[in-house]
Write a protein of this length. Sequence first.
Length: 533
Amino acid sequence: MRNRIYHLLMLFAAIGAFVPVLAVDTLLDGYVRERESAKLQLAVEELANSSRLSVEAGIASLQRVINSSPTVCSPTFMRNARMELQKGVAVKQVAVTGQNGAQMCNALETELVYAGISQKIGLPGRNETLRVVSVAGQERPWFIISGIVRGNNVVSTLVLSVPRADFGMTKILAEATVVHVKLTNGTEIYTLGDSTPFDQARDRTAFVEAESIAGDIPVRVHAVVPFDILRLEYAGLDVSFTILASIFSAGILWLLLRLVQRSNNATFGLERAIQAGELEPRYQPIINLQTGAIEGCEVLIRWIKPNGEIIAPGSFIEYAEISGLAIPMTLALLEMVREDLEELAIEQPQLKIGINLFERHFSDGAIVNDVTQIFGGSAIKFDQLVFEITERQPLADVADANATIAALHDLGARVALDDAGTGHSNLAYLQTMGIDIIKIDKVFTDLITERSKAVPVIDAFIIMARDLNMEVVAEGVETREQALYLRGRGVTFAQGFLFSPAIERDAYMDMARKLNRQYGENADLEDDITFAA
Ligand code: CA
Ligand code: CA
């Protein structure tokens, strides 16, 4: 389980290493948006500001003409008015209309033809008013700034509404989808471009927009630029960012690789380790609970690294199975077992040897030939062999498995269902498979806490095994209470730390020689018997 989580973590970390590369676009998009938004903001502020300056210039001209001319439309007035036209680029006309609305005079001495676009509006904090008008012959509307003077005559100056728009706009505004210039009350002054693409866009983030109001002048400028156009200018940066991010990702991957190599989880090199003989068998004794004798052992695999480090199978078995290395691994192990246990097999031919097989062994059947070749002609007889098949994983093909089991039976070997109760088996399934032995998983043995307190699930296993004529081996026995409970229920065989962990060949042989002399086949095991450590 820990192993699987570790694998998952590594996988996520490896994917995570590529995040910088994948994120380049997003990061760059964010950068471009921020920079270009600021630029666009400046541009619209500049535009709005030019409108404010234009209005202020108009007011200043108006006041200067009025203040320096005692009467309207006099030669002095006309001279002063013309001077204003020369002074400011924004001021285009100075005119006087009488009380009846008829024009009395103007600085250009031509008839001023215009049409109102807006009503007259007051300018906050000033006596003058502002009105948007379209002037004959002019592409864009102008402002009329008006002030009332002596005798209720109206003196007006005409100014460009947004001079910056007439005299050339910033580059970013030239790329705009639309630039709106409006009075703050919503009256349109003018629109550059076509706002339809923006108005109809489902995704407003496809644009960058900015807005500005012209200080205390009631003019608002709003501009929208397509993001794509702005983004294009950063294509060069895209490449450099990607290169940088790739270097970063490669660095992370390298670190991960180092981490994996260093960790115990070295599924790396399992194939090499098998060839180098780094995988060795260890033997966990199986004890007869009735007699205290050793009945045999289960062969458990250990990976002994050249530096002496011992790796438990939990961290490589799954990989061995997935990669198919479980087959050569088991073969190598069986050869070592033969070498290790031949001597003991001659001394104590009743001892059984439990060997764990994988699902793959049962589906391809080659294991039967391998077992025949390895043990045929050795001192270890086929009937000393017990092959364990785990219940944790379902069998791919029950028919194939049955054929393999039958062939192993034909040799004289027996088959045990390993980790019973943790998987998929049901009673009928066990019966048809020809299982000889049930190995009760440690999770069930752990349920036994007191000798006197019944554990129904264990009892059910025992009854089932008896009904099916199978032997029972209890795994993971760690306490005397568990051993005594199991013995009390008629379970004969057990393995677990109470008796011994998996040990090396020599230690196992010692133990078998000592225990099986001390407790003969018929010796009685008392309640207070000291179990071997
Ligand atoms: Ca096993
Ligand atoms: Ca087991």
